[in-house]
Design a binder for this molecule. Sequence first.
Ligand code: ATP
Ligand code: LTN
Length: 357
Amino acid sequence: MTSSTTETVAVPATSTKLAAGQKHRVLSGMQPSADSLHLGNYIGALVNWVRMQDEYDAIFFIPDLHAITVPQDPAELAHRTRVTAAQYIAGGVDVDKCTLFVQSQVPEHAQLAWVLNCITGFGEASRMTQFKDKAQKQGTDQASVGLFTYPILQAADILLYQPHGVPVGEDQRQHVELSRDLANRFNSRFGETFQVPEAFIQKESAKIYDLQNPTAKMSKSAESPAGLINLLDDPKTTAKRIKSAVTDTETEIRFDREAKPGISNLLTIYSTISGQPVEKIVADYQGKMYGHLKVDLAELVTNHLTPIRERAQELLADPAELDRLLAHGADKAREIASATLADVYAKVGFLPYGGAR
Ligand code: ATP
Ligand code: LTN
């Protein structure tokens, strides 16, 4: 995938100077909360990560500690963590170029989160809108304290690695903002410790909508799976869902997010997967019917996803090897995380383990 249509994130110039050969660092994660990633996760996040791993010192992880902020079946969580890792790798995350790990295998995340909990105001945490939404869905009495402190654990994930940028969707902007506030607060109270990270927010053009309800974003929590394209679904299911996508009563193929959300969504998917600009696709389909576009798109998407699905299945067929790759990633991550945590502990006034150095 090339062309500017696939550029999914606006990367602001950062002011930090780099030594020769050094790269800016980025860090991101996606929760292991489904049996498959969907096309929104793939186009909105994964494709972008893969693009970034050449240009940046990239760190990607699977936030399983975050996953248990809502109830999880243990066997299912373990399965989904491996499935998510396999899809990252099958989708192009290269463990030789970047660092890929599972959050619970790096204990420094929970350790730093505690320190950050202690410098976060209760009112400040209460203002996090994602908590309010999620807690309301479950009934506020059912929501765990873990869900409440979720953004503070996320700040720990970020600040441990001193990244310049955090590529995320718009919905995560407030959490990155909190991590900036906590970094600044810690730095001013205890001395310069943390890099203050920037949110690299994914572009609107990388947003994929539900095929059955094209004004809502494609989401694993959708009421019906009919509007989802999952990376691990068999090609028949994928083709059927694309061919049954909701469109409008006109016949003209053109991009108009307001008036024609269904067709516009199909054009966005076509453009990001093929690497062609939307205008060219629209010109090529002048005078053709919606059905033509759907048939071609079904073929394009299934051809694109088949090798990814097969590679993920191969990786999942050898869980010991996958676990070994993840352990290697956790070792690399710990080298960075433990240095930051040691600095934080010393600055806070915790005694050095085994005596003064
Ligand atoms: P939920 O709707 O249950 O919160 P989700 O399926 O939308 O979950 P998340 O775990 O919230 O997925 O998101 C993981 C990553 O995928 C984030 O970077 C998010 O911005 C991106 N993402 C999720 N859905 C879409 C979408 N429809 N279009 C583009 N990007 C998406
Ligand atoms: N909350 C994020 C997942 C996440 C994350 C992070 C993203 C947890 N820790 C650190 C970036 C950096 C989400 O739901 N997409």
